[in-house]
Design a protein around this ligand. Structure first.
Ligand code: ATP
Length: 266
């Protein structure tokens, strides 16, 4: 087993009187696929929003582990003046959304260039002086964009408007866009939502290749249990905001607490 890249430590997230996550702890192993599952309203998206810096957890810590020390996600989000989720992206966590959020009026390749601009400290496209360093950065951004388009089977779509792509391709474009920022951890929020069975099979291969070919660490929320059981190395199950099971797909599938949660028995 490899080292954890992310540690969620005793995280509680409250919205007024609603407790969406209660004392949640789990870790994400480097180079593995970890799934976060649970019935509707279990607190999965809220947990993702804490990990990716959209929310600061009410209590507890989320640590992105690194050779040069750990980054505390909560501190990045609330750092005075410049703090926010963009610092979490720069620290190495990228995400996709339950509802696809592409720039639909931009071309496919432009979506990937904008993502890199946002993930880079000075911005690749914002250089006013066309210095050789700027031109080199621009060239690298374009090369990286086409590399990930090729990995996702989208090269022929490069100059189409993102909004014109079939839904399954838009989902893959979202993953390409996140991968363009060279993340240490990619968080996929219900990537199979709205996909037909053959698109879901293609997606499973795409996610597995991220790990096998690129040593990518993946954290995924997904309701499609067939997909989760097929691709995950490790599964964390939430119910009513709390972790009720954590382990291999086999362990979780045979855990009576998980079966009860999905059948609505308490
Ligand atoms: P689903 O699978 O249906 O997407 P989920 O497991 O992702 O659900 P969350 O969306 O995290 O669950 O919601 C967990 C709980 O927190 C729910 O009761 C939800 O209504 C509540 N909640 C989430 N976001 C907010 C918010 N911004 N304000 C108030 N309550 C919220």
């Amino acid at each position: 087993m490899s080292a954890p890249i992310l540690e969620v430590q005793n995280v509680t997230m409250r919205f007024g009187g609603i407790v969406a996550n209660r004392n949640v702890s789990f870790s994400v192993e480097e180079g593995a696929i970890t799934a976060l599952i649970g019935p509707n309203g279990a607190g999965k998206t809220t947990m993702f929003n804490c990990i990716t810096g959209f929310y600061r957890a009410s209590e507890g810590r989320i640590l992105l582990k690194g050779d040069g020390g750990d980054e505390d996600i909560g501190d990045l989000v609330t750092r005075p003046i410049s703090g926010g989720s963009h610092l979490v992206t720069r620290a190495g966590i990228a995400r996709t959304f339950q509802n696809i959020r592409l720039f639909k009026e931009m071309s496919v390749v432009e979506n990937l260039l904008v993502a890199q601009h946002r993930a880079t400290r000075n911005g690749i496209l914002s250089g006013v002086l066309r210095t050789s360093a700027f031109r080199r950065a621009e060239r690298e951004a374009i090369d990286r964009a086409y590399y990930w388009l090729a990995q996702m089977g989208l090269v022929e779509d490069a100059n189409r408007l993102a909004g014109e792509l079939p839904y399954g391709r838009q989902r893959r474009l979202e993953i390409a866009r996140a991968m363009c920022t060279s993340p240490r951890l990619i968080c996929l929020d219900e990537p199979a939502a709205g996909l037909n069975p053959s698109e879901t099979r293609e997606l499973a291969q795409v996610i597995q290749r991220l790990c096998s070919d690129h040593d990518q660490t993946v954290l995924v929320i997904e309701h499609d249990m067939g997909l989760v059981m097929r691709i995950s190395d490790h599964i964390v199950v939430l119910d009513h905001g709390e972790v009720i099971s954590d382990g291999t797909p086999e362990h979780v599938a045979n855990d009576a607490a998980v079966v009860a949660a999905y059948l609505g028995v308490s």
